[in-house]
Design a protein. Sequence first.
Length: 149
Amino acid sequence: MNQLEIFNQTEEEVRELETVKDVLNYAIKKERLENVIFNVILVDNNYIHELNKNYRNIDRETDVITFALEDEKDMVAPDGERVLGDIYISIDKARSQAEEYGHSLLRELSFLAIHGFYHLLGYDHMTEEEEKVMFAKQEEVLHECKIER
């Protein structure tokens, strides 16, 4: 059984989170994953800035940070479960980027969550070829869930 939890650590109500959870559950099924566990944590710019500074040595806020536990060789999950890790999303960056790109907050939050999900699965975008693969997967999920720009 898959376990996906979304935690809102901000002071504001974010109605889009239930749909974001549906989009992630769709991606889990699309990737034919079983027994995966991961979290999405919604935070503010100050919190994600501290994460970025402390864990990536980048002294500024960012939109999304993932902590992929499968990257850690000494992490062994019980009972065949895959503990993928955590996806931190800045609600402040999501709002400003949605406005900047001219689409909804739902679209931006869904994009950031799916982007983080594929990072947890080991996808990256350090090279042009990696970026093509990862971004194609993201866009396919969003399109199939009717989360358009």
